[in-house]
Design a protein around this ligand. Sequence first.
Ligand code: SF4
Length: 429
Amino acid sequence: MALNPCELEIDLLCRGIRIPGDVSLDGARGISRTRAGLGSGLEIVIPTGSWWKDRLWVNVPVEESFARQSPYVLAGSPAAGYHVRDERSGASHAIEIPREPAWYTRATTRGIPMNRIGVLQGTYLGIYVNLVCTFWNYQPAVNCRFCTTGQNVGEHEASDKAVSDVVETCRAARDESGVTFVHLNAGFQGTRGIQFAEPYVTAIKEEVGALVGAQLAPEKDFSRYDRLIDLGVDHLSFCLEFLSPEWFAKICPGKQHVLGQQVFLDSIEYCAKRMPKGAVSGEIIAGVEPIEETLRAVDLIADMGAFPTVCIFRPTVGSDMESWPSPAYEDMRRVMVHVYEACRRNWIPIGAAPNIEVSLVVNPDDTVFLAPRSAGFYTYEAWRRAVRLVARPIFWWRQRPRRRRRGAGIGENPPAPEGDRQAGPGRQA
Ligand code: SF4
């Protein structure tokens, strides 16, 4: 049976792709592992030719062992264009491979290549802003078992990013790649993780003017979120990962031991009440815990007014879960249908923000291709279009560079949290 664009996206995320040695990727974005390691694949765009959504961005696994058995094979060339051939059916899907931007290899004034500061993941700029997540410093390490941040920071990306490095990289990405959204993420940094991120948020809002999202380990003092919101953060996301307490504890021992699962849910709920609908997301990984738990997590997050961001589990090379199987396509399709229905039921304005396409996950609005065509579907889609129109000037306004309100200049670095930089076993959030 022919796959629609979102089904193809899901199948590629589950099965990966093979790239024959004679297929040139000259000029393509490099395949490099940064942040938690999930961006380890080939960035592609699937043109849909559809009125509902014209392009889907996907980071397709290449290096993981399951990808070597994939029925999908890349064909074509930079000059002739590319397509993905499905060896099971003989079907061929035209795709685009986005080019690596020129700014990737330019250096900041401190001499650091900009692609060691941030990378494009889809159409947004992703920057890991803290030092290595301290869960990696425990003996034995209590890192999340799917994660490779401890191997990437300092290796594939700069470990110490000055605010000026981040601002210069954001400017280049905005001016040359049309980036509208900068996503700052960080691992666990004790009780100072949010404070550590504040100078970056302030500088980007004031000096660059993009939309800014932050994905930080939750902290129990919720007034810190109020402060981030006051600084102008546009989006907050929380990596709940798993709803089942058993799976949460098993796969995320550091989060379980130091933070506990409940603070993730409480943080989503608190921030979803403080921010406009759709400005908060709860991130979950599908394909590890039983599927019913994932469906419950989707409902729980959407019922709180946040949108569920579902990452299809990728057994990334070098992670503790490297030898785990990749999830089954049928299960993941079922989850994504559920995402659409949960967002529709709760009137979550998915896809409202301009030019934010995340290649590592199935964007909630990609699932429009999976949804049953009912009266509810058409009503929700008409509403989403109206919201996009109304929200356009609001997002334009939020993207303007703001006048500096205090002394935080672009050369000012985040505080060195006393002790937290070397945090070891037993640190509490
Ligand atoms: S909190 Fe978990 S997923 Fe995030 S950086 Fe730390 S180990 Fe990785």
